[in-house]
Design a protein around this ligand. Structure first.
Ligand code: MOS
Length: 729
């Protein structure tokens, strides 16, 4: 019944290459696309649950102190108001998808300004919103707390420290050396769909409908917050309007809805307002990163240093892993790395699209560009020269790595050979520059399960609690099942987003498609074996295509073979020794052309290209879209995105989409993506690696490096807004 598989050794038979249905890798459309664009897909806050009432959350007006709801009784008596709830369980921060880890800051104690500390429940949304606005919140015994990483207490992260060889000596003896410090600001996930949850109880059983990334964890988190058994909780999340990390863990409205629904005895819907999403879900930590690079006369790195400072709330365990790719991307025998965590009272820091590499590789690639110009070497050639044979710290082999090919092919596709010198090309009032950067992101396999049923009608149903956060899960899982079982795509139904289904990896860390896809692959493999058994042939000799099986020069339809039976198998993949035995990562290269206005310093990205290698590509269209999205994030990170904190109290000053600038259509030029053919036998039996976040891991550096090429200005404080560019011109 269950096909269990632990990834302890490379899988070299590459069975997907033998299949003939022609689905895996094809640029197929999303089957749920028409539902989404015609408004028929039910998003979190759109469920209509019988008897539902509404909750609106209330924020802390300061960053410390004991929370007192001064006029609670007055508000509780307002028209339509059912309850005013203050509960310390609301104070738990988003939990990164792991229960028991997030501290409760209470009792009744605010930790940052904007924290959601109460919920007002009323018959109608308007009544709840009005009452919530009338609720007066005071903070007693408030203290002065740190809100600025420059003055906050630092906690060295010992586990992140590395000291290999002698970096100081390497820097001293280097023919060329760079020692630069960059900063990157906090980012918001800024998903289009605000966080929203609807909770309803039936006796002791709780159903939560909403917008989340990793349901099996979310279920455990909610149970943990409420102090009930996870078996009592069902979570439904069939459509998710973007997450980018902010929905990995439950946000406060989910717990609030569950507590409120219990208290008022009716289903309760709680949606965060846009400002609340910015203030109280999750931020990427701001970073300060010092990079040291030592190179010999030929541009070969002899030393590499990366020292980072990031931040989070007191007690929170998440630390933006900015050093992650610096450990393996480039050679250099003398290496030193360190990370300090500043404890401060801004909203909780957590995973925001490619945690670690998004800002870590970006800064490393900015520094590499500085080194290339110092040496007077082609930036592509500098990277080529420093691709290590083995992991430069552990000595492990790379599982697969078409990094050099991505650099070369990307340069060719972009026309890199035609690049101008610094301040050399001008078109009227615009200074033209080219820049490039490498891309790198770790690859991860997570435990995942899926059930696949082959029905007597010869159609397949895939079921798992996996989510599709806009990434293409519905499309991809259907392609894998259709390929393995020889069925046209429309004969495969994919059902997701329900914790009553087998628990999956969830969507996060770029592992969703390869982990949940492998569980589908395994279930189908077991179905193939059972079909082969019925036909008394060996499974590899069975060719399945368009609903028929061909074997021994005979062809029979699946319906005929099944004779009214249904075959149901559960696929279950677990990570194993291959996660540790080799270095698994994805690689690529970005190239950008910018025009910088000579008088204003305004930067326009004119075109951008990315070449990427991430193992087997499961759907060329959705993979390309992920890369495009990542590169658009790169434009935002390079030129616009910055969560601004008031230096007095740490509150988010630009808590809306009008003032938190992300690229709009007019900011996004012609972009091209190339996906290189690759198979990674160490990753999983499909030889596919994660591609979701690769497109953002360094993209911004290509743009900021191009600004330097155009203007001669190095902006070391991201984003490179026009005031910073013009200051250098
Ligand atoms: Mo991703 S930031 O791990 O959803």
């Amino acid at each position: 019944m269950t096909e269990s598989f632990k990834m302890d050794a490379p899988v070299t038979d590459r069975r997907l290459d033998d299949m003939v249905q022609g689905l895996v890798g094809a640029p197929l459309d999303r089957p749920e696309g028409p539902l989404k664009v015609t408004g028929q897909a039910t998003y979190a806050n759109e469920w209509q649950v019988e008897g539902m009432v509404h909750g609106v959350m209330v924020r802390a007006p300061g960053n410390s102190g004991h929370v007192v709801l001064t006029n609670r009784d007055v508000v509780a008596a307002m028209p339509g108001v059912l309850s005013v709830i203050q509960d310390d369980r609301l104070l738990r921060n988003p939990a990164q998808g792991t229960a028991n880890e997030a501290p409760i800051q209470g009792p009744h104690h605010a930790a940052y300004m904007g924290q959601l500390i109460a919920v007002v429940v009323a018959e109608s949304f308007e009544q709840a919103r009005h009452a919530a606005q009338c609720l007066q919140v005071t903070l007693e015994n408030a203290e002065v707390v740190a809100v600025d990483p420059d003055t906050a207490a630092l906690e060295p992260q010992e586990g992140q420290a590395l000291d290999q060889g002698d970096l100081d000596a390497a820097m001293r003896d280097a023919a060329y050396a760079v020692d630069v410090t960059y900063t990157t600001p906090s980012h918001s996930s800024a998903a289009m769909e605000p966080h929203a949850s609807i909770a309803s109880w039936e006796g002791e059983d709780l159903t939560l409908r909403g917008s989340y990334q990793m349901l099996k964890y979310n279920r455990n988190e909610l149970a943990d917050s409420l102090g009930i058994h996870p078996d009592r909780v069902r979570v439904l999340s069939p459509y998710v309007g973007g997450g980018f990390g902010s929905k990995l863990g439950l946000s406060p409205e989910a717990v609030a809805a569950a507590i409120a629904a219990r208290e008022v005895g009716r289903p309760v819907s709680v949606a965060l307002q846009r400002q609340q999403v910015f203030e109280a879900t999750m931020r990427r930590s701001e970073t300060r990163q010092r990079i040291r690079l030592a190179a010999d006369a030929e541009g070969r790195l002899t030393g590499l240093g990366h020292d980072a400072r990031i931040s989070n709330l007191p007690g929170e365990t998440f630390a933006e892993p900015v050093l992650q790719a610096s450990h393996f991307l480039y050679s250099g025998q003398n290496r030193r790395m360190s990370m300090d965590l500043a404890r401060l009272h801004r909203l909780c820091a957590g995973s925001v699209r490619a945690p670690g590499e998004a800002v870590g590789v970006t800064v490393l690639e900015s520094a590499m560009d500085e080194l290339a110009y110092k040496i007077g070497m082609d930036p592509v050639e500098l990277r080529r020269r420093n691709i290590p044979d083995k992991d430069p710290e552990s000595g492990k082999a790379f599982s697969s790595r078409r990094f050099r090919e991505a650099l070369d092919s990307g340069a060719e596709a972009f026309g890199w050979a035609d690049r101008p010198g610094v301040k050399e090309r001008r078109e009227g009032e615009w200074l033209i520059g080219y820049g490039m950067a490498s891309a790198a992101r770790v690859n991860v396999l997570m435990e995942s399960q899926a059930r696949v049923s082959l029905t007597p009608q010869g159609k397949a149903v895939v079921q798992t609690d996996m989510t599709d956060i806009g990434t293409g899960t519905y499309a991809i899982l259907g392609q894998i099942a259709g390929e393995m079982l020889g069925l046209p795509r429309e004969d495969v139904e994919v059902v997701l987003g329900d914790t009553d289904l087998p628990p999956s990896s969830g969507s996060g860390g770029s592992w969703g498609a390869s982990s949940s896809g492998t569980s589908v692959y395994l279930a189908c493999q077991a179905i193939r074996r059972q079909l082969a058994e019925r036909l008394q042939v060996s499974e590899p000799d069975l060719t399945l295509k368009d609903g028929s099986a061909t074997f021994d020069n005979r062809t029979r339809s699946l319906v005929e073979i099944l004779q009214g039976d249904e075959i149901v198998k559960l696929g279950h993949v677990q990570p194993g020794d291959t996660s540790q035995a080799v270095r698994q990562a994805t690689f690529g290269a970005y190239f950008a052309e910018v025009a910088v206005h000579a008088a204003s310093g305004e930067t326009r990205v004119r075109r951008m290209h990315g070449s990427f290698a991430a193992g087997r590509i499961l759907n060329a269209k959705t993979a390309r879209s992920q890369c495009l999205g990542g590169m658009i994030f790169g434009i935002g990170m390079a030129l616009e995105e910055e969560l601004a904190f008031d230096p007095r109290d740490g509150h988010v000053a630009n808590h809306n989409l009008a003032e938190y600038h992300i690229p709009v259509n007019a900011d996004v030029p012609q972009m091209t993506v190339e996906l290189l053919e690759e198979r990674d036998d160490w990753a999983n039996p499909m030889q596919a690696k994660g591609i979701g976040e690769l497109g953002i891991c360094g993209a911004a550096a290509a743009i900021v490096n191009a600004i330097h090429n155009a203007t001669g200005v190095r902006v070391r404080d991201y984003p490179a807004t026009l005031d910073k560019v013009i200051a250098g011109m």
